[in-house]
Design a protein around this ligand. Structure first.
Ligand code: ADP
Ligand code: TRP
Length: 320
């Protein structure tokens, strides 16, 4: 079973990204053949600053390596290092009805928000289909917003297979239903676009500031407090086992401590949880050549598969 996913290099990672997505990806690494790449061609549709895209790409690679992507157990590369994907993108374009793309929610949402659409934004799902079909992926773990793109991939593959039977593998998407939405410091969904994040890689001082801003009710220190709906408690749940949670509940009920104390506990938990990842990140930041080598190796592995697949597909469609 081949599991494949792409990650947009979109800057600073937060707790929502980790518990909502990254942790699931890491699980696949032990269980299946994981193919994972940094989708820098896709990022180009929204980021028009070359220097920033270059930096974000390496930064995303460093973050994912630090958080546990193991290049010995998975294939990890940068999308643009395997150019075959662009050739397949073009071939698939000829099998993609306009209506299929016109119905894409993510495209329609962006246009509705007033973003001036360019062709790449419109054809984004075709490139994503190429990403998936090039490697004969069976399973694609994605967030809810990306499900339709995997469905479009299947539709394109069916169209192609109608002309050239048994050429492309139809992928399934996988969304983790067990993953709760991680709340931000204001209680709404944690998201970069809401400015309510707690970031994974940050300084102790900044982490203290971010956790310090978590919105709570104003129950005085000496009164027992509700924990069920408390944002601090909800975030603590991500980091604590049953026993620790039960202790924390006692502290909420005791009326001896205020929210500031619980926030300090949360801050320590987050800091410790990502301690090892932080050290690795520090290391890779100082050894970027090593990161580039890892990515090159990953691209080599990916390209070996991509190039064989393209030989077959080119032959079928009649490209010399
Ligand atoms: P943002 O909303 O900050 O821009 P992205 O859209 O880049 O985050 O999300 C990347 C991945 O992280 C997606 O798979 C998404 O499902 C997951 N994710 C982001 N925020 C949360 C959250 N608050 N709770 C659960 N998962 C999240
Ligand atoms: N579009 C995906 C996102 O924004 C990233 C992505 C690109 C991807 N190619 C992919 C995800 C292929 C899964 C499979 O999150």
């Amino acid at each position: 079973m081949r599991v494949l996913t792409g990650i947009q290099p979109s800057g600073v990672l937060h707790l929502g990204n980790y518990f909502g997505s990254i942790r699931q990806m890491l699980k696949f690494q032990g269980e299946s053949e994981l193919f994972i790449f940094i989708a820098n061609y896709h990022a180009l549709t929204s980021l028009k600053d070359g220097e920033a895209l270059r930096e974000n790409t390496i930064d995303a690679a460093i973050s994912f390596l630090s958080l546990g992507i193991d290049p010995n157990r998975s294939t990890f590369w940068v999308q643009s290092d395997v150019k075959e994907v662009l050739e397949l993108y073009w071939i698939l374009s000829s099998y993609t009805p306009m209506g299929l793309l016109e119905r894409a929610h993510s495209y329609k949402d962006k246009v509705a928000k007033g973003i001036v659409a360019n062709h790449a934004l419109f054809s984004y799902p075709v490139l994503m289909a190429a990403d998936i079909l090039l490697y004969d992926a069976n399973l694609v773990p994605v967030g809810k917003d990306q499900v339709q793109h995997v469905e479009i991939t299947r539709d394109i593959a069916v169209k192609f297979n109608n002309t050239y039977p048994n050429s492309l593998t139809l992928p399934e998407f996988k969304i983790d239903e067990n993953v709760a939405t991680v709340p931000g410091i204001d209680g709404a969904k944690m998201s970069k676009s809401y400015g309510n994040t707690i970031n994974i890689f940050t300084t102790q001082k900044e982490l203290k500031k971010q956790t310090g801003k978590i919105v709570t009710d104003s129950t005085p220190l000496e009164e027992p407090k509700e924990y069920e709906n408390c944002n601090v408690y909800k975030l603590c749940k991500l980091f604590m086992n049953e026993e620790e949670l039960s202790e924390l509940q006692d502290r909420y009920r005791s009326g001896k401590e205020g929210y500031g104390h619980f926030k300090a506990t949360l801050k320590d938990k987050i800091w410790d949880y990502f301690g090892e990842a932080r050290e690795k990140r520090e290391y890779y930041l100082n050894h970027k050549d090593e990161v580039r080598d890892i990515l090159n190796e990953g691209a080599k592995k990916a390209r070996a598969i991509a190039s064989k697949k393209m030989d077959i597909l080119r032959e079928k469609v009649g490209i010399l």
